[in-house]
Design a protein around this ligand. Structure first.
Ligand code: PLP
Length: 419
């Protein structure tokens, strides 16, 4: 089970102690849980399928440094992330750069560093060829494909239909057939097919991976050179809400085994990999705030904390969610260190019954911002909690600090730590 079994400690340390030492609010990430997660996935993945980390899920430098020793490469989406990856010690050859609006300066840096560039349009290819020519270098290129199919049931769809991401699959044969117009400034290395994100349906992901592989085979027939790299995407989701359960990897592993076996014959020069973000780090992070006020408004209790959507936009429901739901949360009483008084809304056998629900009253937990959007938990049953107690949000290791508007209302930026 991925949920913390021992919710009053994190990364082997009492959460109250972390709060006292580091101050609140903070994010903490557990390196041991990340390492274990990757080892567990490696143990069942076919050996020939590599694992890349999508840095945008969590770009905290110490965490990226940890990832550098655990994964086969990283996917970046800006020159800033390129700097981060290099600083973290990742070799340029194992970095791939996707993203729909790469500036000339970013392309130039990527060419100079010799990273693989996942081209998102014909126009970008032309700009890239000019930049490579000026540098007297050859740019390494993969084409990001916008597939005609979509990954069903994804939290965020990134393929199928009109999209700003990738090149429509039906345009790619012509583009590959006319590759000589790039005058040897671009070397074609392969394909990148990413169909969606935050998917908890193993069958749907397996189906998308089979479709991606078939698409890669058919496009390879038009390629000016053998496929050296095939990025099959990812989209592996994690459970955030009570009605969700962990992704069943069984059908995915079955599909990847078939793909790996077939690719050994039909794409013998290709290195295949997945690109994963939140699946690797999302469950290994918590966000901790301290309650600074408690008030009752017309019968409803509000706990007001020292951090909110400025640090954790996703928990407020404003990061792409269609319906606002509560993340799994807990109150930790500060005078009673180590005892979880309550948690809400997340099924975990080891924690059932841990909540002191008998004394609970309908409560909403809000951050310090002057906007009704700053809601961290709505109508949850929490027991008696007073200012000074801690409020913890689980499943917070991905799309947290870096995906939140930290300047909004000019509160202090959030502390992050890797334990
Ligand atoms: C954001 C992104 C990812 C990571 O998505 P997760 O849901 O965190 O796994 C992977 N690949 C691409 C191209 C992305 O844009």
């Amino acid at each position: 089970m991925s949920f913390p079994h021992d919710a009053h400690t994190f990364g082997g340390q009492p959460i109250t102690q972390l709060a006292t030492e580091q101050g609140t609010p903070f994010y903490a990430y557990d390196s041991q849980r990340i390492t274990q997660r990757i080892a567990d996935l490696r143990a069942i993945l076919p050996k020939s399928i590599g694992m890349h980390y999508a840095i945008k899920a969590n770009p905290f430098l110490p965490l990226v440094r940890l990832m550098a020793g655990l994964v086969d490469g990283v996917d970046i989406a800006s020159a800033g992330e390129l700097d981060l990856a290099l600083k973290a010690g990742i070799v340029p050859e194992s970095i791939s750069f996707a993203g729909p609006g790469k500036r000339d300066s970013e392309l130039a840096q990527a060419v100079a560093e010799n990273v693989l560039i996942n081209a998102e349009s014909a126009g970008e290819l032309l700009r890239l060829a000019t930049i490579a020519q000026h540098q007297g270098r050859v740019a390494r290129v993969a084409l990001r494909v916008n597939p005609a199919f979509e990954l069903k049931g994804s939290g965020m769809r990134m393929g199928g239909g009109p999209r700003p991401f990738g090149i429509d699959e039906e345009m790619i044969p012509d583009l590959l057939a006319s590759w000589s117009r790039f005058d040897n400034h671009l070397t074609f290395e392969g394909l990148h097919i990413f169909a969606g994100s935050q998917n908890l349906n193993g069958e749907a992901i397996a189906e998308a991976q089979r479709a991606s592989y078939q698409l890669a085979l058919s496009l390879a027939a038009h390629a000016p050179a053998p496929i050296k790299t095939l990025n099959l995407g990812g989209g592996f989701g994690i459970p955030y809400f009570p009605h969700e359960s962990a992704l069943d990897l069984t059908p995915i592993i079955a599909a990847l085994n078939e793909i790996a076996t077939d690719a050994a014959q039909r794409l013998p020069h290709a290195a295949l990999h997945l690109e994963l973000g939140r699946y690797l780090v999302g469950e290994a992070g918590i966000y901790v705030t301290r309650i600074i006020d408690k008030k009752v408004s017309r019968g409803h209790t509000y706990l007001v904390t020292d951090g909110g959507l400025n640090h954790h936009l996703a928990a407020s429901g404003n990061f792409g969610q269609v319906i606002r739901r509560n993340y799994p949360v807990a109150i930790i009483h500060s005078q009673d260190a180590g005892k979880v008084l309550s948690r809400d809304g997340f099924k975990s056998p080891s924690l059932d019954g841990a909540g002191d629900t008998a004394t609970s009253t309908p409560t909403s937990v809000v951050g310090p911002l002057c906007t009704p959007l700053d809601l961290l938990a709505d109508n949850v049953n929490l027991p008696h909690a007073t200012p000074g107690d801690l409020f913890v949000i689980f499943q917070s290791g991905a799309y947290g600090a870096s995906a939140s508007p930290q300047n909004f209302l000019s509160h202090p930026t959030v502390t992050e730590m890797l334990l």
